[in-house]
Design a protein around this ligand. Sequence first.
Ligand code: PRP
Ligand code: URA
Length: 212
Amino acid sequence: MENYKNFHLIDHPLIQHKVSMMRMTTTSTKDFRELAQEISLLMAYEVTRDLPLREEEIETPICKTKANFVAGRSIGVVPILRAGLGMVDGILTLVPNAKIGHIGLYRDPRTHKPVEYYCKLPIDAEERTLIVVDPMLATGGSAVAAIQFLKNKGCKDIKLMNLIAAPEGVKAVHDAHPDVEIYVASLDERLNENAYIVPGLGDAGDRLFGTK
Ligand code: PRP
Ligand code: URA
């Protein structure tokens, strides 16, 4: 997995600490939500590392100088509903001008295949660098489908950001979309018989929204 050119494990100590706290069954809904935002903010710093810069002349109180500003493609954040919503505000703290698109997918509990129920993207989505966000990359079915959906709409510059991934999910996205950079905070061991990530953190949507 670490051999995949498009795979990035962001394992800063602060991120590892916060992921460990998210895993714990004793973590409250409020803390779980805050941790998801905090990790997303920290990861966004790395995910946006290759943003192009442009030079502009400015004036400081001392003199004129050339200074760098973020240039080129602007960013779109695309949460996969529901659980992806829990990562959006953290990214917006760093990139407040990003536009937000939404893709609604849920996993059929029997087949584990993604079922699409909603999609609304920024009008200029195909001109933006899109960061697809979802806390969990399990079989990869949801992420592969969401990315394909964006490509079908003409989007070309797509990154994927997950908090926890199973090797099976990383492989699925890598095989289907080798052009998409994948950023994860933790690469876990495997999937269980219900296609849940082991050790994982359980059902991310339910834990974020307190629905179970
Ligand atoms: C979860 C998770 C991902 C998906 C991952 O969503 O947030 O979207 O499962 O599984 P996969 O990699 O096997 O597709 P879920 O379908 O439970 O919907 P929810 O966000 O509405 O809870
Ligand atoms: N969806 C989740 O929320 N958790 C998993 O472990 C797998 C899919």
